[in-house]
Design a protein around this ligand. Structure first.
Ligand SMILES: [Zn+2]
Length: 295
């Protein structure tokens, strides 16, 4: 069996935990007993092991008892590292939600209450990459702020396109309905925010843009121009489905379209493309700001 590098530096270890994939961790019964009633019972009561979770092992190595566990090296390393940081590689950061789940399941199995209680806090780091899974897990574990952050990130996808995730089994129909209602409410608010920019951009405090202010009389600029009304129509639909400011930067090519639309106006031709760049930046921020107020 392969020892981890750290194990060679643990002369006071008094037990070896062997992972399912054959890595040996020299550890300390005392720490395990403090961390886990399951291990504590195993170490204090005479064999055979009273716990079906910890089958009695006949193995010894270097004079130390060997306990074979069902978890693989990576999971055990992180679990033990939460009690003895010397076992961690790098910063010990959990790299995926699947790894998080394995760690949580192991901590639950061994009744490591401190780990079970603190692990849900680390869900936040996955709220952007896997928002629906995190929403379900955070809701299950009572982490409302993390669930809210995850819900905010679900807005990047129309809810008709959400894929099934197994973690949905942890939440109730009411929890899921709340997420739908949140999505709909954000969609309405985001589209009404862009609608309010049809005739002016007063919601963007202190900003003026050439297509609102141009007095050249060009048909493309007059009353903000037909082109602009079409842009607003399109963006309102997009924001209803995906109510995040970032959707305005996805495939709408507003700068090019603005340049083409105002090409006949000698005033806007020079000013409007740069103004559109600025408008886009400001409205993206504004929409995310108003949406972040929805709960
Ligand atoms: Zn103009």
């Amino acid at each position: 069996m392969e020892d981890t590098e750290h194990n060679h530096q643990s002369p006071r270890a008094d037990v070896i935990l062997r992972s399912a994939d054959g890595h040996d961790f020299r550890f300390y019964k005392y720490l395990l007993s403090l961390a886990s009633p399951v291990f504590d019972t195993m170490f204090t009561l005479p064999q055979p092991s009273p716990s079906p979770l910890l089958p009695k092992s006949e193995d010894t190595k270097d004079g130390l008892p060997v306990v074979k566990l069902a978890e693989e090296k990576q999971v055990l390393q992180r679990l033990l590292g939460m009690y003895h940081p010397g076992f961690l590689e790098k910063d010990g950061k959990i790299v995926s939600l699947d790894e998080w789940r394995q760690l949580f399941n192991a901590a639950t199995k061994y009744e490591m209450k401190d780990v079970v209680r603190s692990l849900p806090w680390s869900l936040e780091s996955f709220a952007e990459a896997e928002p629906i899974r995190v929403y379900a897990l955070a809701t299950k574990h009572g982490q409302r702020e993390i669930a809210q952050k995850a819900a905010f990130n679900t807005l990047r996808q129309p809810f008709g396109e959400w894929e099934f995730v197994p973690e949905l089994k942890y939440i109730t129909g009411t929890d899921l309905q709340k997420l739908f209602c949140y999505h709909v409410a954000c969609g309405k608010l985001a589209s009404s925010t862009i609608e309010s920019c049809r005739q002016n951009a007063n919601i963007l405090a202190g900003s003026t843009f050439s297509w609102y202010t141009c007095r050249s009389g060009s048909s493309d600029c007059k009353s903000s121009g037909l082109w602009w009304q079409k842009v607003i129509d399109e963006l309102a639909v997009a924001l209803k489905q995906k109510p995040r400011g970032g959707v305005l930067e996805e495939g709408h090519d507003l700068i090019t379209r603005t340049s083409l639309a105002v090409n006949d106006c000698c005033i806007c031709r020079l000013k409007a493309p740069a103004d559109m760049e600025r408008f886009k930046h400001e409205i993206v921020t504004k929409i995310d700001q108003v949406i972040s107020q929805v709960s």
